[in-house]
Design a protein around this ligand. Structure first.
Ligand SMILES: Cc1ncc(COP(=O)(O)O)c(C=O)c1O
Length: 414
């Protein structure tokens, strides 16, 4: 069985086990999120091995890109090593550099922020809205009151630094207010890099974008195929955009910026970020299952909602995008913020071999990022103290879901 290292760490910490050991996975451990290989994965990977195309060239890479672009109804896709690499490539392509400011949510996986630092740029942290996504109203207030437009750019008045980009993250498969953010981006000349790493397969319900897939609204979108994502390549990512020039440069940067592969000529410095054919073989097979996985995620989410309806102290958080979300990760929230109770609940579930995790510690409070500007992030703080993610694998059985629900319902009684 495959278990994510970072999830193992959490689980082990909660059990007081040494990190680096392997927890007992017997006794019916219900994992938070594991892959589901039920299609052509083995066949395609075997084909890649049989043909000896296993590295950063080979037919599966192009096929995976083409099929993803077709699925998302977008013209271009560039497969790369990870979602983090995809974010980095976008920032680099759009000219985000030393001292530039990038507007980011505090409530997100740290990769979205790390990529900003790779470019020696600086994050400015924002709170979240009711769906744990970046608070567009707060972004607007910042731009209106603390920045000014100078020609074709926006400058933060206090620091004189240029505000270059915003990275909206569709947290757990829910949706940012892209209509609002895109309007602001246009007015303030910002680049929008849509972090759709968690929302593949979901579609927007906002009228401007209704039916458009997550990741296809910003100037570029980034997907992740990490082991816990709705589809996986083991590790991997993709940049998507309908702008051919953007994608050509991003593809070039992802392959060491080779101007002449034979004579090794490089006019720019690049990265070893290209996806391998082995990963793409897995990805293509997984993509064939995406629609089925989205359906299962929705069915299981509804099942949790029904079974936990009568819970006295908490319940399932809704997805703002309704049924159009991909329902990637499920959030169970206490009625009131109470970090001690959240931790007691996690321990209680852990003792019953149910793997859960708190949502991310807010990024503006993390050591490498404390020195950067942060708005009032009270709502994100309250979510942090209230919410845990509960098992959400697409191969979760009804019996396992019943066990999770019974444990959640019994917590206050026990
Ligand atoms: C919100 C968010 N952004 C970025 C990433 C980075 O993706 P990857 O793990 O593929 O580098 C992830 C995934 O782990 C994520 O959840």
């Amino acid at each position: 069985m495959y278990l994510l290292a970072r999830d193992l760490d959490i689980s082990m910490r909660m059990q007081g086990l040494e990190i680096g050991g392997i927890p007992n996975m017997g006794d019916g451990l219900i994992c938070l999120s594991v892959p589901n290989f039920c299609g052509n994965e083995r066949k395609y990977v075997d084909e890649a091995i049989d043909t000896e195309w296993v590295s950063t060239a080979g037919a599966f890479i192009g096929r995976f890109e083409t099929e993803m672009a077709r699925k998302l109804e977008i013209s271009q896709a560039c497969a790369c090593q990870s979602g983090t690499a995809g974010l980095h490539l976008c920032l680099r392509h759009f000219g985000v550099g030393a001292g530039d400011l990038v507007l980011v949510p505090t409530l997100t996986f740290i990769a979205s922020i790390n990529a900003v630092l790779y470019q020696s740029a600086e994050p400015v942290f924002f709170d979240c809205d009711d769906h744990m996504c970046i608070n567009a109203d707060q972004v607007e207030a910042y731009l209106r009151h603390e920045c000014r437009i100078e020609g074709e750019k926006t400058v933060e008045i206090a620091s004189g630094k240029t505000v270059k980009a915003v990275i909206p993250v569709h947290v757990f498969g829910d949706f940012c207010d892209m209509a609002h953010l895109m309007r602001l981006a246009e007015e303030y000349h910002l680049v929008v890099i849509e972090d759709a790493t968690e929302s593949l397969g979901g579609t927007f319900t906002q009228k401007e974008y209704v039916g458009r897939y997550a990741g296809t609204v910003g100037h570029a979108g980034v997907l992740s195929f990490n082991g816990n994502k709705i589809i996986t390549t083991g590790g991997g990512g993709m940049v998507v955009s309908s702008d051919a020039a953007v994608m050509e440069h991003i593809r070039y940067l992802s392959q060491q910026a080779k101007d002449d592969a034979l004579y090794s000529v490089h006019e720019e410095y690049g990265y070893n970020y290209r996806m391998t054919n082995l990963q793409a073989a897995l990805g293509l097979a997984q993509l064939e299952e995406l629609d089925a996985f989205v359906e299962i995620k929705l069915r299981n989410y509804k099942r949790y909602c029904e079974k936990l309806e009568g819970c006295s102290y908490g319940g399932m958080l809704p997805f703002g995008g309704g049924e159009a979300s991909n329902h990637w990760f499920y959030s169970f929230a206490l009625q009131e913020p109470d970090a001690a109770k959240r931790d007691r609940l996690m321990r209680y579930l852990d003792e019953r071999h149910i793997q859960v995790r708190p949502i991310w510690k807010l990024n503006h409070t993390q050591t490498p990022f404390r020195k950067y500007r942060a708005m009032d992030c009270g709502r994100a703080g309250s979510f942090y103290d209230r919410v845990i993610n509960i098992p959400c694998s697409t191969n979760l059985t009804e019996e396992q879901q019943n066990r999770v629900c019974e444990a959640l319902l019994a917590f206050e009684k026990g």
